[in-house]
Design a protein around this ligand. Structure first.
Ligand code: SAH
Length: 254
């Protein structure tokens, strides 16, 4: 039993894209040393129960409450791991913990807080596809939960026109079925219909599916919330079963 003390800590850890072999040793060791695990229900399910470990699973969209709870527990001496899928700094819990820290009591700044990286879905998907992010790219969250849709449209168009390859998280949900269709329209316009787009679903899980088409043939139904979408730039090409983006662009090779 840990007495309330200054020895508590909060670690915000990434569990990778799904395959347990892709959880880092650093994250495993930290989970082994924890008294409490905090996170969204499906991610907490990935942690094996054991004596001395309390699992606090919560629903989606309560990130700030969850982060505050983690900091409160650490302040009473608990050793808390906040789990995210992929990397905790990519559209996930690390920022939520710092938001809670900023809003909380000043003495929380003295807590032992660390962020441990994980393999983000974008990189796991790119590796399965080949090397679609081999040149400059932008990572964009297509959810309008925390930003207006108009800003997403602006960023999509700007990134496409600037020649960035792109990786999309949270591409399409049931609550906003028309938005991904609109995103595809903007991309066709900004990048050209022949640009390759890959849909990588359940990456590194037994149910993994990868599908690559030209943007002009892409349909909204090809994506859901378990899909990472990667759009190449105009130089991105298919070679056998791989898709890759050359390392040079513009007139760098001439
Ligand atoms: N922090 C996470 C991302 C959270 S946002 C990370 O770094 O990966 C959640 C989105 O990530 C999902 O909607 C989906 O677009 C993507 N995603 C997460 N795991 C995935 C997987 N195994 N396969 C495909 N996409 C995945």
């Amino acid at each position: 039993m840990i007495a309330p003390s200054k020895n508590g800590w909060v670690v915000i850890a990434g569990l990778g894209p799904g395959n347990e072999a892709l959880v880092t040793q650093e994250v495993r060791d930290t989970i082994d040393a924890a008294t409490d695990i905090v996170g969204y229900i499906p991610y907490v399910k990935r942690i094996a129960p054991r004596d001395g470990l309390t699992l606090h699973a919560s629903d989606n969209r309560v990130e700030l409450d969850r982060a505050t709870h983690a900091l409160e527990m650490a302040a009473t001496g608990k050793r808390v791991v906040v789990v995210s899928s992929g990397d905790p700094g990519v559209f996930a819990m690390a920022s939520a913990v710092f938001e809670a820290l900023e809003a909380g009591p000043k003495d929380w700044l003295d807590l032992d807080i660390r962020v441990l990286p994980g393999i983000t879905a974008m990189l796991a998907a790119a590796a399965q596809i080949g090397a679609p992010l081999g040149h400059d790219f932008a990572a964009i969250n297509l959810s309008d939960n925390l930003k207006p849709w108009s800003l997403i449209e602006t960023r999509l168009r700007a990134a496409g026109e600037a020649g960035f390859a792109m990786a999309f998280y949270n591409p399409r949900s049931k609550s906003r079925p028309h938005q991904f269709a609109r995103a595809l329209e903007i991309l066709r316009d900004a990048c050209g219909g022949d640009t390759l787009i890959s849909f990588a679903r359940d990456v590194t899980k037994p149910t993994q599916q990868i599908n690559t088409v030209a943007l002009k043939h892409a349909t909204p139904e090809m994506a859901d919330m378990r899909t990472m979408v990667i759009v190449g730039n105009r130089d991105t090409r298919a070679i056998g079963r791989f898709v890759y983006t050359p390392r040079s662009a513009g007139d760098a090779t001439s």
